[in-house]
Design a protein around this ligand. Structure first.
Ligand SMILES: Cc1cc2nc3c(=O)[nH]c(=O)nc-3n(C[C@H](O)[C@H](O)[C@H](O)COP(=O)(O)OP(=O)(O)OC[C@H]3O[C@@H](n4cnc5c(N)ncnc54)[C@H](O)[C@@H]3O)c2cc1C
Length: 465
């Protein structure tokens, strides 16, 4: 008898027939394997499946939209527990700026529902049509607008989750403050499916701004762009987003840029103002004064279509970058914002050292840089050099007082790397927390590990292609 057969006897049509290939990997394209795929129909059933597996020592990989960039949803045996059927909006009270949704609701659906009532769910991780709110919470996702509005975890007021050995718990709720106990909710946020399976969340919403005014400010070099970024911060201007795109990124994106790219531009600073018409215009003027000093040109659409086109272009850059050599090894380091120049310059230097085209773009206002090395997925030597480049990159991030991951998490791809930035005691506490939640180590085993790699152990870099 197979595991799938036994699961079907217990959970009927919640168990897929066979293992659809779709559930064996995620956007990282790392190969995975699983014995069965379960799509529970309710939160209670999630807890029942967890209990069933826990009793039988079967490992479980929770899965959202599969857009995670650290290989967190890639199974290495056991079952995949996909949240695709938990798509109910349990309650929505626009007049109280709050909503309770099941984990399988896509980020896009959540944003649309909020917008239709004049509200917004502010976080905007890039793959929002496919990613799910459960996955967003499990990775504590960010996005460009995290600069003003914070990351997903900042909007979670309560969580419902199934935790080992198979119990449904609720922490927080429709309350905007709660300091009664240890912050278990925050422990589940960003836990990448290793502590519990998030089944539903209570979220805060905000009234949507009347007007959004993005702008693209072109500078002649990295130094000028980073100086402009620091001038914006120093002037006390609250932009909604502050993004930097370096020369190689600009070369990649220039042909499809919705406006004109001035000659000699080697750095793009994207910023955005929002609020009432008057407020957004005031912030935009201030941003242009502070960031536009010495700029080669500015593109600032004023209508909705232009705004959407500019952000669509920004969102599509990742794919244009991959298209250049067929693949890319992209990381998401974060550094103190005053070290962004060193992080971006350092990435280029690492690329030169390993004979790889390197580029940087990302949420520079948060110090969060997507350092990327272009590779041809079939060229083994390039992949090996990219692996060495990533190793140097993580060293650079830590030397600059930063972290190896600002957005995507450890997943499996950064296994062993936490030891670069944490001492023995925090690492031990990290492992202990895992043991307390999941004593049998059955929830997404091998992910978000605190332990350093064993001598000779290597985790392959994932190539997006
Ligand atoms: C084009 C593109 C742009 C992106 N832009 C951004 C960005 O701007 N900012 C950003 O932060 N990320 C970004 N990402 C990464 C990704 O979209 C986010 O990490 C997202 O939050 C993952 O959600 P998901 O539902 O796809 O999760 P999955 O990929 O399915 O899973 C991710 C992790 O969460 C766990 N998990 C999923 N659902 C649950 C659950 N219900 N309970 C417990 N654990 C669960 C999984 O086990 C896994 O460890 C981008 C990805 C792509 C492809």
């Amino acid at each position: 008898m197979t595991l799938e057969h036994d699961l079907r006897a217990a959970f009927g049509s919640a168990v897929e027939e066979g293992v659809p290939a779709h559930y064996l990997s995620d956007i990282s394209r790392l190969p995975g394997r699983a014995e069965a795929v379960v799509l529970p129909e309710s939160a209670e059933q999630v807890a029942e499946v967890l209990a069933w597996c826990y009793e039988r020592d079967v490992s479980i990989v929770p899965r959202g939209g599969g857009t995670g960039l650290a290989g967190g949803a890639v199974p290495a045996g056991g079952i995949v527990l996909a949240m695709d059927r938990l798509t109910r909006i349990r309650s929505f009270e626009p007049e109280l700026w709050r909503i309770q949704v099941e984990a399988g609701v896509t980020t896009w659906t959540l944003q649309r529902v909020a917008r239709e009532s004049g509200l917004m769910f502010a976080p905007d991780p890039g793959a929002l049509e496919q990613s799910q709110i459960g996955g967003n919470i499990a990775t504590n996702a960010g996005g460009p607008h995290a600069f003003k509005y914070g990351v997903v975890g900042d909007w979670v007021t309560g969580l419902e989750a199934a935790v080992p050995p198979g119990e449904l718990i609720r922490v927080g709720g429709a309350i905007r403050k709660d300091v009664a106990g240890y912050d278990l909710k925050r422990l589940l946020v960003g836990s990448e499916g290793t502590l519990g399976i998030i089944t539903a969340a209570w979220l805060k919403l905000l009234p949507a701004p009347d007007v959004v005014l993005p702008m693209a400010i072109f500078h002649r070099g990295l130094r000028e762009g980073c100086d402009a970024l620091l001038r914006v911060l120093g002037s006390g201007i609250l932009a909604t987003a502050l993004e930097l795109l370096d020369e190689e990124t600009l070369v990649t994106g220039a042909p499809t840029f919705p406006g004109g790219v001035p000659d000699g531009a080697r750095l793009l600073l994207m910023a955005e103002a929002d609020g009432s018409q008057a407020e957004a215009e005031r912030v935009q003027t201030e941003l242009l004064e502070a960031a536009g000093d010495g700029a080669l040109g500015v593109y600032a659409p004023r209508d909705r279509a232009g705004t959407e086109a500019l952000w669509r272009w920004r969102g599509g850059l990742g794919f244009a970058i991959i298209a250049r050599r067929g693949g890319a090894v992209a990381e998401d380091i974060v550094v103190p914002v005053d070290r962004v120049y060193e992080a971006m310059e350092g990435t280029a230097e690492i690329g030169r050292r390993h004979d790889l085209v390197a580029l940087c773009f990302g949420h520079a206002g948060d110090g969060n840089i997507h350092s990327t090395f272009l590779v041809s997925p079939d060229a083994d030597d390039e992949l090996r050099r990219a692996e060495a480049a990533v190793d140097d990159l993580f060293g650079l991030a830590v030397r600059l007082g930063g972290s190896i991951s600002g957005e995507h998490g450890l997943g499996v791809l950064k296994a062993g790397q936490l030891a670069r930035q944490w001492g023995a005691r925090p690492l031990a506490l990290h492992s202990e927390i895992k043991r307390i939640f999941d004593p049998k180590n059955l929830l997404n085993p091998g992910k978000k590990l605190a332990s350093p790699l064993a001598p000779g152990e290597r985790i392959p870099v994932a190539t997006r292609s």
